[in-house]
Design a protein around this ligand. Structure first.
Ligand SMILES: C[S@@+](CC[C@H](N)C(=O)[O-])C[C@H]1O[C@@H](n2cnc3c(N)ncnc32)[C@H](O)[C@@H]1O
Length: 360
């Protein structure tokens, strides 16, 4: 019946489509319009969401701001995940470690060769340890040298200036949350987040090996960088600061002990045990740097002793931590992949007595 009805009605319906605003057929063009509108709204909404997401992923996740008592510094403009790439930068210039020329003349020459933009970026950087008796407007070469000493970082065979990265302030032990590494093949520096960083938190790198007591760290930082470190570790109350110092000392000693496996002074099983102890102590301290290297060394010990499953297991955790610190696309992660795939193909395979050393 319904079908019959609809067939019978169709001629009249056709006639009515342009004049009537009621009844099913006269709604057809409006329904079409309504659906188009809905699709349009959805498309615009998706484009907006994508745009926001895309911009977030592609604009730097930080801003450089003035921070009382420490000049400029770098603050997260959104939450940053552990392992995220935060800075990728080519140097303004790189100089060799040592030179027969006067270092001041060498730096001055490199700075004079910069284009206007880079020249200003260089002279915008901060500097310390500049004699008060000298007028910085007059002694430009000496200012350039002071800027270089305050901001340059070791890369490959030389020392370079990276103006963006140079805004990162320092933190000790558990306080630093980003790590830089040099990519020789691309001639650039990359900085990765070693810990999750919340929006508004300062990004801190480390200027020195901080696996040493607060007094030593502060002396070094004061001498070379002209500041008294008040990072979250240096500001711990006396009892906790002492506990941290003891842990850091013990971690350093454990690293030294581990290295004696290379001279056959400790057995493979003991070396692996030391790695586990370093892992526990660094967890307690909140010190996450250098783990990729530590676990890669444990993989090396394991495969040298032909312990295939330990080698694979250590290489797996090494790849994870290298991934955070140096990037998933780093050659170190690729090297661990090769060990996981074929430990026996490694040059050190079976170079020590056969031994089950044990995994993580
Ligand atoms: C490489 S620059 C870092 C960026 C610098 N704050 C700026 O304004 O460009 C090194 C200098 O920053 C300052 N600095 C770095 N870390 C600091 C910290 N934790 N506390 C106070 N000052 C710090 C020191 O003056 C140091 O010599």
């Amino acid at each position: 019946m319904a079908r019959e009805k609809s067939t019978q009605q169709s001629p009249g319906i056709k006639r009515n489509t342009t004049t009537s605003s009621r009844g099913t057929p006269s709604h057809r063009p409006q329904a079409w319009l309504l659906w188009s509108l809905i699709f349009l709204v959805i498309a615009v909404f998706l484009a907006l969401v994508y745009n926001v997401y895309f911009n977030q992923r592609n604009s730097p996740p930080f801003e450089v701001v003035d921070l009382p008592g420490r000049g400029k510094g770098v603050i997260a403009s959104r939450d940053i995940q552990r392992g995220e790439l935060v800075i990728q930068e080519k140097p303004l210039f790189i100089v060799p470690y040592s030179t027969s020329d006067s270092p001041t003349a060498l730096i001055s020459h490199r700075v004079q060769s910069l284009n206007d933009l880079d020249y200003h970026a260089f002279f915008n950087l901060s500097y310390v340890n500049f004699p008060k008796s000298m007028d910085p407007e007059v002694f430009r070469d000496e200012v350039a040298m002071a800027i270089f000493q305050t901001n340059a970082v070791a890369v490959g065979q030389g020392v370079g200036i990276f103006p963006r990265m140079a805004r990162l302030n320092h933190g000790c032990s558990s306080a630093f949350n980003v790590v830089y590494s040099w990519r020789q093949e691309k001639g650039e520096i990359v900085v990765h987040a070693l810990q999750n960083i919340s929006r508004g938190q300062e990004l801190l790198t480390t200027y020195t090996d901080t696996k040493r007591p607060r007094k030593e760290r502060r002396e070094y930082l004061s001498k070379h960088y002209g500041f008294h470190c008040m990072c979250s570790v240096c500001s711990l109350p006396p009892f906790q600061s002492q506990a941290s110092d003891e842990r850091l000392n013990s971690i350093s000693e454990l690293y030294s002990l581990f290295s004696t496996w290379g001279t056959h002074s400790i057995r493979g099983t003991e070396a692996i045990d030391v790695v586990r102890r370093i892992w526990t102590s660094t967890n307690e301290e909140g010190y996450y740097s250098e783990r990729g290297q530590l676990f890669a060394d444990a993989a090396l010990v394991s495969l040298s002793h032909s312990d295939v499953s330990a080698a694979r297991a250590w290489a797996t955790v090494a790849a994870e931590w290298y991934g955070y610190e140096l990037g998933q696309d780093s050659e170190q992660v690729a090297n661990m992949g090769a060990i996981i795939a074929r430990p026996e193909a490694h040059y050190a395979w079976g170079t020590r007595e056969h031994l089950i050393v044990g995994g993580p």
